[in-house]
Design a protein around this ligand. Structure first.
Ligand SMILES: C[S@@+](CC[C@H](N)C(=O)[O-])C[C@H]1O[C@@H](n2cnc3c(N)ncnc32)[C@H](O)[C@@H]1O
Length: 551
């Protein structure tokens, strides 16, 4: 076994270890057709995997009347099974030494016997920085200064591929990559984007709404990156374009790349507000005496379980293990299991009836009988060995920190954040945030916060604080939540607030999110802000969300 084989090898784990999601041929063909402009071009696919790009490159060369594939197509991949695809999908005549097995990040054009390439195209592996293997991190350390200049922070593996690919290009060369949505949105991509625009005469990023990798089990959004004329950079901002599906992508590639001048640029307000919308937002903030959520309480993460499947199960699963109810307590294991803006008794009944994994093992203060000891024994090796979370605990099988939060907020949301009052005093896992009110905040003020967060003004504030994810969701860090603006006082009576709270809770439970939002707007601000201001707030939220979802 060499260092490559020692990376996990089962099909499923290989996908994660190698970031092996293969591009559909119809997409690879569009990129190959765009990138190869001349029959004499020499092209590299730096991680050819399932070989769709190689096939597309070969087809393109046939169209431009180039049959001598050996002198024009090169590739590499770290995964031995990519070479099985190579022998089954490419003609024997193309199976020359042009295809190297190994780590692209350790290679230079010389490994392929070339001085440079006219085009580099492909779909690099997407692997989060903290999951990059140690051997891969070693080769990253050896990358040249020129390459690492384009990288700042803890980037995903794809960013290293894009940066390194530049060093393979001849002057005037082209790059075309299929990248995840966070090329446009992640903070860590900003530096690379700037570097690309300083190195190429023209950089275009096309965000594709159709999820291209659904059949391979990921909802990752795709951005097609097209870079033209290497070393003729003029620091022109990246053109950002959008399309709904592969067909539209094809049309754009043929007709329109580079002509997207009416599309807002990166760093500009393409996912933000116009000046007019900003003015209205600030004006409303003053009128409603807005302050941030941090004035009312504190956000902190749910309990860290260390092994969710071991600690959290459905009631029938605990029964199967013969674990008695004495050791089981309800837990919110996912924010999406919470339906309204408070937890009701029947929510917990519903979890039981639907046999949802919402019950966790709690041995704190309990005598450990034989059955429970046997169950713990099944995980004891894990407990004594590699699990660092278990090691940090006084008693490894007691994850509950005993802090029962006043409310919960999701870390990632599709529609926008929601505060759910923890009326049933249950525990939450670390896939969501817990929220504790300061002691001076009354019960009725807590309800007002839950209502306020649903309203358009605070939803908009949350969009401005949070970060859109490649999947289209909105990610909020604890500090983002603390900074969300809400109205600081309301002239409503306790009875009015309770009625509105109940109504909004019902609407949210029926997934009538828009109706709930408008109800909250009317209740809180109906007599304070003008119809025109309300219209602008709604349009602003729509604009910012459409950019986030891009569906
Ligand atoms: C997202 S897949 C894309 C495969 C192919 N380019 C396509 O679009 O169908 C990423 C590929 O990168 C390969 N890979 C991962 N790490 C690599 C490395 N360090 N050097 C070369 N290839 C690598 C994986 O084996 C996988 O085939």
């Amino acid at each position: 076994m060499d260092c490559f084989d020692s990376v996990l090898v089962s099909e499923q784990s290989k996908r994660q270890a190698y970031g092996a999601y293969y591009t559909p041929l119809r997409v690879a063909s569009l990129l190959a057709n765009w990138a190869i402009t001349n029959r004499n071009d020499v092209v590299l696919e730096p991680c050819f995997g399932g070989c769709d790009f190689l096939e597309a490159i070969r087809d393109r060369f046939e169209v431009v009347d180039q049959q001598d594939f050996d002198s024009h197509i090169f590739g590499c991949d770290i995964d031995p099974s990519a070479f099985l695809h190579l022998s089954s999908r490419m003609r024997a005549s193309t199976l020359t030494g042009n295809f190297l097995r190994g780590d692209f990040l350790s290679m230079t054009p010389r490994h392929f016997g070339q001085t440079g390439f006219d085009a580099v195209i492909g779909n690099p592996p997407y692997i989060k920085n903290d999951r990059i293997s140690s051997f891969q991190l070693e080769s990253i350390k050896r990358l040249t200064k020129e390459t690492t200049k384009s990288i700042k922070g803890r980037v995903n593996l794809w960013a290293y591929f894009v940066a390194h690919a530049m060093s393979f290009l001849r002057a005037g060369g082209r790059m075309a990559f299929v990248l995840p949505g966070n090329f446009l949105t992640a903070d860590y991509s900003a530096h690379l984007r700037n570097e690309l625009s300083s190195k190429f005469a023209q950089v275009t990023a096309i965000s594709v709404a159709e999820r291209l990798f659904l059949s391979q089990g990921t909802e990752e959004r795709t951005v097609v990156l097209l870079c033209e004329k290497y070393q003729q950079g003029n620091a022109r901002p990246i053109n950002v374009m959008y399309c709904s599906n592969v067909e539209e992508l094809g049309n754009l590639l043929v007709t329109n790349v580079g002509a997207a001048n009416n599309i807002p640029e990166i760093g500009d307000d393409y996912s933000r507000l116009t000046n007019e919308q900003n003015n209205v937002f600030s004006g409303v903030a003053k009128q409603i005496n807005a302050g941030n959520i941090g004035k009312l309480g504190n956000v902190y993460i749910g309990i860290v379980l260390g092994d969710k499947k071991f600690f959290v199960r459905s009631l029938s699963e605990w029964k199967e293990e013969s674990i008695s109810d004495t050791y089981i307590r309800p837990i919110v294991s996912k924010f999406s299991y919470l339906n309204g803006i408070c937890i009701r008794t029947y929510d917990i009944h519903a979890w039981k009836l639907a046999d949802m994994p919402c019950f966790f093992l709690n041995t704190r203060g309990k005598r450990l009988g034989r059955i429970i000891r046997n169950y713990l024994e099944t995980n004891v090796k894990h407990a004594e060995g590699s699990n660092s979370t278990f090691k940090r605990r006084d008693i490894w099988h007691q994850p509950d920190d005993g802090r029962i939060a006043d409310a919960f907020i999701g870390c990632i949301s599709h529609f926008g954040p929601r505060l759910v009052l923890n009326s049933k005093k249950i525990q939450a896992a670390n896939s969501l945030y817990r929220f504790d009110f300061f002691s001076h905040v009354s019960n009725i003020e807590r309800k007002v916060l839950a209502i306020s967060l649903i309203a358009t003004f605070s939803q908009l504030s949350a969009e401005l604080q949070g970060r859109p994810l490649g999947s289209g969701g909105l990610k909020l860090e604890p500090k983002d939540i603390m900074n969300i603006l809400i109205p600081m006082d309301t002239k409503k009576t306790a009875a009015e607030i309770s009625i509105a709270f109940k109504e909004i809770d019902n609407l949210v439970r029926c997934s009538r999110h828009e109706a709930a939002r408008l109800f909250a707007d009317n209740f809180l601000f109906g007599t304070i802000i003008t119809k025109e201001q309300q219209k602008v707030l709604c349009e602003s939220l729509k604009r910012i969300r459409t950019h986030r979802h891009r569906e």
